[in-house]
Design a binder for this molecule. Structure first.
Ligand code: EPS
Length: 377
């Protein structure tokens, strides 16, 4: 079973991810990992922290001469900001009074975390709840992307809606190739400009913005996931993985919530025999039927809420005194939907690689490619 685990605090020394269960002889392109790390740091509406960080991956184990060994792979991203925080964050003795956070932010993990972990400082919660952790998830997800690519499976994505500016058009997989050149990962440049203006206005109002991300997967053959065991369904697995990303409040596959409003005849994809090949002419199911991939493109959408750290502050209480106050205003992003898009893509890559390896087994890439090649489309 392919597994991953991350560690690291937002202002700690570094973030790490350990991937266990990768086959041997997978070629690792370090530059590609760095490219995705850079994409995750960008996008219109990011805050000042990203000027401090310049994320690069360091591979600590599991790879020799660019190829995986089959042993656990440990990936590390350093926090450059740690040098400014060492005094408050050092594991060996730190000033825990100076950066104390008590004016808990509505929508953040702060208050519930303080109660659950019996803390007197929400910093001990927010440091880990922070989306900074996703840097190493992107790195590990990019390793999974390389694995999938070896089998002919490609994952792309774009921003479909941001700050309330939505794109309802449908795009082919090919049309999404260069979408990361857009400042908001939006294929329609007019909508992108409108969304940028909206983000500017939201920043002016000291508020934050969310959005909707669409991920597409091409080349996944049919039969991944299961209709036999409910906890092995592909849609459940993908949705669970994506819901595990900070700030995600909803996931849909194919038509998703829209399917509930339509008649069955306008929801299900009819099946035809075209010269001996069974085909569907629509893909409203988003490539998953009965919890299994059906060979069509996987279409998954995720809704990201606006970041809960608002520069204007929301009404809250100070848990020290119980008094009403405005929430703490840590330095923050106005909009990080582009970062989230990269994180969702990377997470989908990892979750798919898990399902692929679960079905195929195999210890080395040759074995796995041979097994994939003989499967039905
Ligand atoms: C975050 C707050 C900001 C973001 C951070 C997530 O950090 P800081 O408080 O240091 O300004 O920039 O995201 C990242 C550092 C990152 O690399 O994505 C939060 O509270 O979640």
């Amino acid at each position: 079973m392919l597994k991953w685990m991350t560690s690291g605090e937002s202002h700690g020394q570094a973030l790490t991810a350990i991937i266990e269960g990768l086959p041997s002889n997978l070629e690792i392109d370090v530059e590609e990992i760095d490219r995705y790390l850079l994409l995750r740091q960008g996008g219109y509406g990011r805050g000042a922290r990203q000027k401090i960080e310049s994320d690069h991956i360091r591979i600590l184990s599991g790879v020799r001469n660019r190829y995986t060994l089959g042993s656990p792979v440990c990936l590390m991203v350093e926090n450059k900001d740690y040098k400014n925080w060492e005094e408050y964050m050092s594991p060996y003795g730190a000033d825990v009074t100076a950066r104390r956070l008590t004016r808990v932010r509505p929508g953040h993990a702060d208050l519930t975390g303080v109660i659950k972990y019996d803390q007197t400082d929400a910093r001990n919660i927010l440091e880990r709840a922070s989306a900074r952790e996703t840097a190493v998830r992107v790195a590990a997800g990019t390793v999974a992307r390389m694995f999938l690519r070896e089998l002919g499976i490609e994952v792309r994505g774009y921003v479909r809606s941001v700050a309330g500016i939505s794109d309802d058009k449908e795009y082919t997989f090919a049309q999404l190739k260069d979408v990361k050149d857009s400042e908001l990962f939006m294929p329609d440049s007019n909508l992108c400009e409108r969304a940028k203006a909206e983000i500017d206005a939201i920043k002016e109002a000291k508020d934050t913005a969310g959005g909707i991300i669409e991920i597409r997967v091409q080349g996944l053959k049919s039969g991944f996931g299961s209709c036999m065991s409910y906890d092995e369904k592909l849609d459940g697995h993908l949705a669970g993985a994506v819901m595990g990303i900070q700030a995600i409040k909803g996931v849909e596959i194919g038509l998703g919530f829209e399917a509930a409003k339509r008649r069955g005849s306008a929801v299900h994809d009819e099946i035809y025999n075209e010269n001996g090949k069974f085909v569907r002419r629509t893909n409203r199911a988003g490539g998953i039927e009965g919890g299994m991939s059906n060979g069509e493109e996987i279409v998954l959408r995720a809704a990201m809420k606006p970041i809960p750290t608002l520069m204007r502050g929301l009404n809250t209480v100070n848990f020290d005194t119980g008094d009403a106050c405005r929430a703490a205003t840590e330095r923050s992003d106005v909009c990080s939907v582009c970062a989230c898009e990269i994180i969702v893509e990377s997470t989908v890559c990892f979750a798919l690689a898990q399902k692929v390896l679960q079905r195929l087994g195999g210890d080395n890439m040759r074995e796995i490619k041979e097994r994939y090649a003989v499967l039905a489309e």
